[in-house]
Design a protein around this ligand. Structure first.
Ligand SMILES: NC(=O)c1ccc[n+]([C@@H]2O[C@H](COP(=O)([O-])OP(=O)(O)OC[C@H]3O[C@@H](n4cnc5c(N)ncnc54)[C@H](OP(=O)(O)O)[C@@H]3O)[C@@H](O)[C@H]2O)c1
Length: 315
């Protein structure tokens, strides 16, 4: 990838795509191609074919997808399967047809089997049953990984894929109906703090489950650095795990966020609600051996996100 290479970032308005754009610009890449979903609906085969014909990008980061938390995944099951399959099929196939030199597909750690041994190695993909709430999303993403692998095998393409863990950072989704756990906690605590500061009291913040499950979180700017690094240095059919290799309980995460936000009211755990998978931690030895390691520690990352997103704002 040269400084003047033409690079298409599919999904550049999203949390991951926008971070990849910032990273590329920081590294001096300026020949970047971007389209919003309004300008180019990636589920349309015809539109994507015309776009590749016109733009002929040399490199592609495929970070466009229908993404959401448990609730959204479970409610919009057909859309998660259909839209993600269509987006991937179109972008990956047209990248092959138009001779893209290299493509990176953004998969996700939620596509590993529900009861994977921990930490999760790349080789555990397709070794067991999926979590039912996000099965449609996972099936689509697995198809994307397999498309890359098999276009490499049959057509000699250079398409790679990565498996990021749970992400947080600038441009995250704070809509409580569709958000992932970390941004949802930030918003809930922030809104409760505003109420507490104004009135001296607030409704308790209610969180689901026992808080016992263990999860891993990576700042999206660290992910973008990894994507850039692997795009330049890695070639192969193994979809590379990207994470910190460290996990934290949801209870500890909630307490950390409560402290960062400065909420002094009550926090209750609704233990009638399900906990979900007890632990989800990636084995990151492959990406470490390839020469990348995360730099932003969780406390520092969350504090920065909170400051930039919420501080001095009334939610
Ligand atoms: N967020 C996480 O924690 C996480 C963790 C692991 C992996 N990932 C992976 O990273 C990738 C990006 O996730 P994200 O968190 O950045 O998602 P996001 O913030 O929701 O962004 C999604 C992007 O996809 C675009 N998009 C969606 N449907 C489209 C369509 N039909 N046509 C064109 N563009 C479309 C959106 O464009 P518009 O804004 O223009 O509509 C937006 O730019 C996904 O593949 C996801 O699986 C995310």
């Amino acid at each position: 990838m040269e400084k003047d290479s033409k690079i298409y970032i599919a999904g550049h308005t999203g949390m991951v795509g926008s971070s990849i754009v910032r990273q590329l610009e920081l590294e001096g890449y300026s020949n970047l191609v971007r389209r919003t979903s309004q300008e180019l609906d990636l589920t349309s085969q015809q539109a994507v074919s015309a776009f590749f014909q016109e733009e002929k990008p040399e490199f592609v980061f495929l970070a466009a997808a229908k993404v959401g938390g448990i609730e959204a995944n479970n409610t919009y099951r057909a859309q998660f399967l259909y839209e993600n399959l269509m987006i991937q099929n179109n972008v990956i196939h047209q990248s092959y047809v138009h001779g893209v030199k290299k493509l990176m597909f953004l998969a996700s750690s939620c596509i590993y089997p529900k009861l994977s041994p921990q930490p999760i190695k790349e080789s555990y993909l397709l070794s067991g049953k999926l979590e039912s709430t996000n099965e449609p999303y996972a099936i689509a993403k697995i198809a994307g990984v397999k498309l890359c692998e098999n276009y490499n095998c049959q057509y000699g393409c250079n398409f790679i894929s990565v498996m990021p863990t749970n992400l947080y950072g600038p441009n995250d989704n704070y809509d409580l109906e569709t958000a992932h756990v970390l941004p949802a906690l930030l918003r809930k605590f922030h809104e409760a703090k505003i109420q507490f500061d104004r009135t001296g009291q607030s409704e308790p913040v209610e969180l689901w489950g026992t808080g016992a499950p263990l999860r891993e979180f990576l700042h999206v700017d660290d992910l973008a650095k990894a994507c850039f690094y692997l795009m330049k240095t890695y070639q192969g059919n193994t979809s590379v795990n990207i994470g910190t290799g460290q996990d934290i309980s949801i209870k500890e995460l909630a307490e950390t966020i409560r402290k960062i936000v400065g909420f002094k009211g009550k926090l209750i755990w609704n233990e009638d609600k399900p906990d979900g998978t007890p632990r989800k931690l990636l084995d990151v030895s492959l990406v470490h051996s390839l020469g990348w390691k995360h730099q932003i520690e969780l406390l520092e990352g969350i504090a920065e996100v909170y400051k930039n997103k919420f501080k001095n704002q009334d939610a």
